[in-house]
Design a protein around this ligand. Sequence first.
Ligand SMILES: [Zn+2]
Length: 191
Amino acid sequence: MSFTKEDIISLPNPSLRSRSKRVGPINAEIKQVVENMISATLSWDESREHEVGVALAAIQIDQAYRIVVIRNDFNNKEDKTFKVFINPEITKYEGDQVEDFEGCLSVPDIYGKVRRFDKVRIKAMDIDGEIIKVTADGFLARVFQHEIDHLNGLVFIDHIKTNPEAFYHLETDGKLKAIDYESIKDDPILW
Ligand SMILES: [Zn+2]
């Protein structure tokens, strides 16, 4: 049975605020987790008209491993290929911190304006256990910071919790509309 969008956990599931463990040998179990992550992301992607499933951390299918998959082409829903990053670490933050919108498969329909570094250097293992190093900037840098946060039990809204201006809702027409902060600041589903 392939994993689907139904296997993606969302807030307030406490797993999303827990720390994932390092991957040891890349065995059959780990390869299966990766396969499940990709099929769940693609299933979610097919169900969303105005969004692209750009990345997923293993904890989002309730598997507490330090694994992230990131789509090769963020702008093309037809490209269903991903790169796998095992035990990814940010080795250097560079550039300015910039504020931009981000969303999360585990926080349906809520978007936020989050400050992130514009450039990061990443060290990880690929699916064959080879060390890979990536310098990411712009949106890719944002994606890495968002996903590595998941491995440490952080969700993007945790960065903007006290910012009344930062929260947006994805409307059915695909537009983002500011959310009344008072309506969510104490919402037990989110915090
Ligand atoms: Zn996320």
